[in-house]
Design a protein around this ligand. Structure first.
Ligand code: UD1
Ligand code: CA
Length: 464
């Protein structure tokens, strides 16, 4: 076989993300704007990752440090960065990665940081097409009813690829062409960098066009093909906030549709629910309007989430009820628990099975034992509470002395009377009771009733 075996070459990815995105009218680089709770660039790097590439090179420019951090935090070692100080065109963007890629015997998949809907499956098909046609360059193209603004694909009478012409450089006749360059390509890496040397900024915009490379490769006898894709939304870029909102809506509808059709989740009003594409919801959950489930939250089966609830990066067991206007952040709720209305769980709050946290109760960095109830108007911070304990209305763990935070421990089967102040550090022993309005400053031994300010032991609660 004379041709080198393309399909044996490893895949690498280059993501162009140096532009500011002027039309966003923003101080932040476009690729840092969020879609479905994740930066645009992260959607693209996730699609890239699915190709199991040898490396992912990101071309950064505007807010390079911030963009690098977002990518690095997400994909770590796999990521490498090329800095393009001045944005002189897509050809120049690729040029800036020369040092990292030029001598790599690989296939290079080229993506844009602002094309977030691209699916892994499509990229795989592009690579397969590239390999099976033995191309040096494969262009992902798509037909658009309104191709304005895009580079057009020019073909000859045999329907073979001839060149790409940019909107601004195109003749009236060329502008009639509906097949456009999506800006996503697969290249033979070495051939790309070789051809890039011949690109000149001799065009209407005075930019180095990456889109000149296919024509150069063709003129040197290489095979250049188009892989025509059918879903135009998948390859459309985001340029304005209006487009960003459109995509947000599209993504949201897809996510919710998937949850209804595949996961068996009921939405009372699918157009008014906000579910992260990374969240997981179990069968027979019922989601009321105006619910937000964010980040990598995991909701078990049969949960009922009422209006106004926000659940962020939290885990809920099965058959949990979250009543109206409750906020659950970075926390864990066991099965058969009830939360709210107007409850706030945060910073690693943990409710064990069958616990109840009711009206206007805040739980911070605390563990609430199985079957324990805190029904009304209570603050539990830095507390560890045992099983089957009842926390009366208006109870406060006084965990902060103005300098440091202190812990409260409440053991099993305790009854904390209404309006008890627990001045931490403090421990309430098993089966004890505090009287209404107690200010507990010292540890309470097991089986005792304390009351007063400060609270003192009044009697034993042991049943004789
Ligand atoms: C490009 C293509 C066009 C195609 C369209 C698809 C060229 C010359 N044209 O046009 O054929 O139809 O994409 O969306 O390539 N970038 C940099 N550095 C730069 C310039 C751009 O990193 O110097 C990045 C941008 O941040 C963006 C991507 O490259 O992520 C595409 O650049 P953009 O200016 O949007 O290209 P278009 O004019 O849309
Ligand atoms: Ca663009």
């Amino acid at each position: 076989m004379s041709q080198p075996q393309q399909n044996l070459k490893p895949v690498e990815v280059l993501i162009m993300a140096a532009g500011l995105g002027t039309r966003m009218k923003s101080n932040r680089a476009k690729v840092l704007h969020q879609l479905g709770g994740l930066p645009l660039i992260t959607h693209v790097s996730h699609a890239a990752q699915s190709l199991s590439p040898k490396s992912i090179v990101v071309v950064v420019g505007h807010q390079a440090e911030e963009v690098e951090k977002v990518v690095q935090d997400d994909i770590g070692e796999l990521a490498r960065f090329a800095v393009q100080a001045q944005q002189r065109g897509t050809g120049d963007a690729v040029e800036s990665a020369r040092g990292l890629l030029e001598n790599s015997d690989s296939l290079l998949v080229l993506l844009s940081g602002d094309v977030p809907m691209i699916r892994a499956e499509t990229l795989r098909k592009l690579v397969e097409h590239h390999q099976s046609t033995n191309s040096e360059c494969s262009i992902l193209s798509v037909r658009l009813e309104n191709p304005t603004g895009y580079g057009r694909v020019i073909r000859n009478e045999q329907n073979s690829f001839v060149r790409i012409v940019e909107q601004k450089d195109a003749s009236d006749e060329e502008r009639q062409i509906k097949e456009i360059n999506s800006g996503i390509y697969c290249f033979d890496t070495r051939k790309l960098f070789e051809a890039l040397k011949s690109v000149k900024p001799a065009n209407h915009q005075g930019e180095y066009y990456l889109t000149d490379v296919p024509e150069i490769l063709l003129s040197e006898g290489g095979v250049v093909t188009c892989f025509v894709h059918h879903d135009s939304r998948e390859v459309s870029g985001i340029n304005t906030r209006a487009e960003l909102a459109e995509f947000e809506n599209l993504l949201r509808r897809n996510t919710i549709r998937g949850l209804m059709v595949d996961a068996g989740v009921t939405f009372i009003d699918p157009s008014h629910s906000y579910i992260s594409p990374e969240a997981k919801l179990g069968r027979d959950c019922v989601i009321y309007p105006d619910v937000s489930i964010e980040g990598k939250s995991v909701i078990g089966e049969g949960c009922l989430i009422r209006s106004g609830a926000r659940i962020t990066n939290s885990i809920l067991g099965n058959n949990v009820t979250v009543k109206d206007h409750s906020l659950i952040v970075d926390s864990e709720v066991g099965s058969n628990c009830s939360v709210g209305p107007f409850a706030h769980l945060r910073m690693n709050a943990k409710l064990e099975d069958k616990a109840t946290v009711g009206n206007f109760v805040e739980v911070k960095k605390s563990k609430i034992g199985r079957g324990t109830k805190a029904m009304h108007l209570t603050y539990l911070g830095d507390a560890t509470i045992g099983e089957n304990t009842n926390i009366g209305a208006g109870t406060v763990t006084c965990n902060y002395d103005g300098v440091r935070k202190h812990e409260t421990i409440i053991e099993d089967n305790v009854k904390i009377g209404s309006d008890t102040m627990l001045v931490a550090p403090v421990r309430v022993g098993a089966r004890s009771v505090t009287g209404a309005g107690s200010v507990v400053t010292k540890d309470v031994p097991p089986d005792s009733l304390v009351a007063g300010v400060p609270a003192t032991v009044k009697k034993s609660t042991k049943q004789s």
